[in-house]
Design a protein around this ligand. Sequence first.
Ligand code: PBG
Ligand code: ZN
Length: 316
Amino acid sequence: MRSRNIQPLLREVTLTKNDLIAPLFVDENITAPRPIDAMPGQFRYPVNGIAGAVQKLWDKGIRAVLIFGIPKEKDPEARSAYDPDGVVQQAVRRIKAEVPKMVVITDVCACEYTDHGHCGLVGETRGGMDLLNDPSLELMDRIAISHALSGADIVAPSSMLDGVVGSIRAALDAEGLEEVLIMAYSTKFASVLYGPFREAADSGFSFGDRTTYQLNPGNSREAILESQLDADEGADILMVKPAGFYLDILSEIRNIGLPVAAYQVSGEYSMIKAAAANGWLKEKETVMESLTCIKRAGADLIITYFAEDVAGWLDE
Ligand code: PBG
Ligand code: ZN
């Protein structure tokens, strides 16, 4: 038996606040924070409340946030997504004005801004109505540029369009925004675990599903190839999403050599919350174990809705 005094010295992986990124939802349609039913403890914030929420995270030692927007208007072309006065653009300007050192990452996608709920432009394809890859690239470029001009430090394309990372990189560079980094949702599975997020971000789709542009959970070589392609296109940070069910993928993608982020998604959050609320699992211990294991598997960064709680627990 190892002595309890020696155990801490032999510990291989320790979670720190610098590992964590907190996702936040900003809703242009509300004037007070609104709880997200499927994600107990999480809220949508109004535009004028977002900087306060970010300040609170900063005070607890969280140094990066990932911003999602819920706009007033949705249309087939996601026009509100690249409006200079759109919800994310306003939110980023306020955060940067009030908490300038917080690293601000923005989700670059169309699904919260399209009335059909898909991640880009849709139209007839050989297989019926579906996402149109190439026509959607220019839309992603516009969204990324407008986020960057509003002050985002990192843009995170989550649409899984082929060529989106290369396209955004070229577009940012052409605008003189070379210093803005790209965190690619490079390996994103078509997962049931995004269920609660669709309520959180109001991004459910009106027809079809995302299996034509997200990865099959059973495919590992394809998953690794997707991240390699994004690395080749100029991604600065790769991402595996969801996290906990996909640790084998994470540990392989680490070998590509770029920093790797893992996204502990809404369903992973809600499962732990539900079990804890029923007294079936201890919340803090479950969260700390899940995140430690995600780090052990290879994540340099972890996007988690538990970020604020974890910061508090690390201080205890
Ligand atoms: C949008 C997006 C989704 C998530 C992050 N960005 C939903 C989806 O792809 O359907 C999910 C995050 C979560 O479940 O916490 N493309
Ligand atoms: Zn999307």
